[in-house]
Ligand binder design. Structure first.
Ligand SMILES: [Zn+2]
Length: 260
């Protein structure tokens, strides 16, 4: 089961549960996670922390979680098949070491956590170093879940804030090759604004128009639009449907200057 926690004004922190243990992705804050653990009937513990990139709204809650009474579990965790014995292992890219990351991961690494196998993909562009975590269940019973931080969003993609446009373009191409049924767990609820821009930029695209109307209704009821399915993004996300780097660049730069 994958649990959603709200943080700041529009961030999502994700919790992947396995055998009464929860693994937290991108804890920008700790309060909602700790509140949930304190109020739960289950004997929860935090098994691991996974960080996608160095921005404060993804790492700011690490210390509190590590120092909480929920830190550490009996869950079997291994990185590239070598067992890890830390109380609460923290995974992430190399530039996150100063924020507590002890196990640096990059493209091609795999982590075994309880019932999951997690594949690491380098997806830079938003920041120079940025990883994504593809969770697959060991028994193949669940759909793949990809935690992509600030690289791909519902109907949009991250801004370049330390990385480069060409890296971002290549990273999105890489994500688009994952299994189409993959659920995308990004770190912000930006879908409505992204599609508002997209329908202005592509007024003749009926798929985008239709999705915008659906998402707007959804958000009026304060319902989340994430996770989103990759197959859906491949049809309605202009950063995935664009045909060339130049087209991608034109859309991304217009969005950067868009006032909404
Ligand atoms: Zn970011």
């Amino acid at each position: 089961m994958i649990r959603r926690f709200n943080a700041f004004s529009d961030n999502y922190i994700w919790g992947i549960e396995s055998q009464q243990t929860i693994c937290i992705v991108d804890p920008g804050q700790s309060c909602e996670v700790l509140k949930h653990l304190e109020n739960s009937d289950q004997l929860y513990s935090i098994g691991a922390i996974l960080v996608t990139h160095r921005h404060y709204d993804h790492i700011g809650g690490i210390k509190d979680l590590v120092n909480s009474r929920f830190a550490g579990s009996d869950l079997k965790i291994a990185l590239n098949e070598s067992p890890i014995f830390n109380k609460l292992p923290i995974f992430g890219p190399a530039d996150c070491k100063k924020y507590g990351v002890e196990h640096v991961v990059s493209n091609g690494d795999t982590i075994n956590i309880g019932d999951y196998i997690v594949e690491i993909l380098d997806i830079p562009g938003h920041t120079e170093q940025h990883v994504g975590y593809l969770f697959k269940s060991v028994n193949d019973q669940l759909r793949p879940a990809f935690f992509c931080g600030d690289t791909l969003f519902g109907g949009g993609c991250g801004r370049v804030l330390g990385g480069s446009l060409i890296d971002l373009y290549e990273s999105l191409k890489k994500i688009s090759k994952l299994p189409q049924e993959t659920l995308i767990y990004c770190a912000h609820e930006y879908t409505e604004a992204n599609l508002k821009f997209a329908r202005e930029f592509f007024p003749d695209n009926s798929e985008i128009q239709r999705r915008y109307v659906q998402v707007k209704k959804h958000r009026e009821k304060l319902l989340p639009t994430i996770p989103t399915e990759l197959s859906y993004e491949l049809k309605t996300n202009p950063y995935l449907t664009c045909k060339s780097f130049n087209e991608f660049k034109a859309i991304r730069m217009s969005k950067d200057n868009w006032k909404g």
